[in-house]
Design a protein around this ligand. Structure first.
Ligand SMILES: *Cc1c(COP(=O)(O)O)cnc(C)c1O
Length: 391
């Protein structure tokens, strides 16, 4: 049996007729940039996410960049980010010649530690960017309280968390001042190429971001500010509009897969339960913290990734590869250890929780179309690793 990390063809084939028709329709109309398809997706996502404004943009990275540009972030400013995330979260800050101020993660959820954020705020802090890592909501009550106390806007990096509910009816991306989403093909809602979304409940900010999306044009060839080309294209919007109604069922399937993994790891004697933090009492792997977080809402975690921990991560990864199981390491190097951030002046040992995670995390296949047999095969392969290689 082989179990790929991701199988995009399975989703495409399930919706092929609808998707092909939507794409051909755009081709027939030849209106490729912004336009009615993009506006329709913006209205659909506003409703789905429960936000006042949504702006289709060229990628998740550009959503973050535009979010900071529209806030006026620039040289001398600081933006607080977790040291453990996808590169874009910190990269966009440096691109604006501002300083990414790094904060360690909570060892349980791997999301930014609110106490660390509170300690990192200065008069120069222009924004805080929590990441809802792997699809699990960050600790928004604590973060929003810290941010409100110091008057700093929160920009949610919800690239991996479209549909995640912090609590019932409160979807991430609509809690902070702005939210940033990615439609990269491997995200829970993926296009046929790059795409992203910027959300906000602030109408002035929305207008400013909207103008900056198109080179700062207020009216044609009249540039109010310097923006960029951050536009979403109509082909992506048409594809995403077909897929959006299926998103809740895909999130439910991911959660069901995660629950099966958790149960099988416990039954195999590899883990004593979700949220266990130590390799003791026979825990060979640590399974992700239960999907209910503080909120009790099932969609608190929508499992863009199902990430386990092992002290023998690299050996286990090679073993699984030899058994036909695709895995990935998100992320092997925290920001403070990246070459390009050497001049920020951080050292190894500064953020122990992130460093530990970087050494131990391993993402297993979790996509919605995965079968129970495949999940059983993955857990059996992991059980075999610990039995045959490390009795
Ligand atoms: C994917 C991702 C991004 C960037 O999105 P792109 O669409 O690939 O530019 C930003 N932040 C996080 C946490 C991501 O996972």
């Amino acid at each position: 049996m082989t179990v790929p990390l991701l199988d995009l063809k399975a989703q495409y084939h399930a919706l092929k007729a609808e998707l092909d028709a939507a794409v051909l329709d755009v081709i027939e109309r030849q209106h490729f940039i912004l336009g009615p398809d993009v506006e329709r997706l913006e209205r659909m996502t506003e409703e789905y996410l429960g936000v006042r404004h949504a702006l289709g943009v060229s990628s998740g990275t550009d959503a973050l960049l535009l979010a900071l540009m529209a806030l006026g972030v620039g040289p001398g400013d600081e933006v607080i980010v977790p040291t453990f995330s996808f590169f874009a979260t910190a990269g966009v800050v440096s691109r604006l010649n501002a300083r990414p101020v790094l904060v360690d993660i909570d060892p349980k959820t791997w999301n930014i530690d609110p106490a660390g954020v509170a300690a990192a705020i200065t008069e120069r802090t222009k924004a805080i960017i929590p990441v809802h890592l792997f699809g699990q909501s960050a600790d928004m009550d604590a973060l929003m309280a810290v941010a409100a106390e110091r008057g700093v806007p929160v920009i949610e990096d919800a690239a991996q968390a479209i549909g995640t509910q912090y609590r019932d009816g409160q979807r991430v991306g609509g809690i902070g001042f702005a939210g940033c989403f990615s439609f990269f093909p491997s995200k829970n809602l993926g296009g046929f190429g790059d795409g992203g979304l910027l959300t906000t409940n602030d109408s002035d900010y929305y207008q400013r971001a909207r103008i900056m999306r198109m080179h700062g044009e207020k009216t044609r060839y009249h540039h109010m500010v310097v923006g960029g080309n951050f536009r979403l294209d109509a082909l992506q919007a048409a594809v995403l509009a077909v897929k959006l109604p299926y998103l809740p069922s895909w999130s439910a399937a991911r959660r069901k897969n995660a629950e099966l993994y958790n149960r099988l790891f416990t039954e195999a004697g590899l883990s004593t339960g979700t949220g266990v933090q130590h390799y003791s009492n026979g825990n060979q792997v640590l399974t992700p913290v239960a999907a209910h977080g503080d909120s009790g809402h099932a969609d608190h975690h929508i499992f863009n990734q199902y990430v386990i921990r092992s002290e023998r991560r690299d050996e286990l990864k090679s073993w699984l590869e030899s058994k036909g199981v695709g895995t990935a390491v998100y992320y092997p190097i925290p920001f403070h250890q990246q070459e390009c951030f050497a001049d920020l002046g951080y050292s190894i040992g500064d953020f122990p929780n992130a460093e530990c995670a970087a050494n131990e995390v391993l993402a297993l296949p979790i996509y919605p179309e995965l079968t129970n047999d495949q999940i059983e095969y993955v857990v059996q392969a992991i059980a075999d690793f610990f039995q045959t290689k490390h009795p």
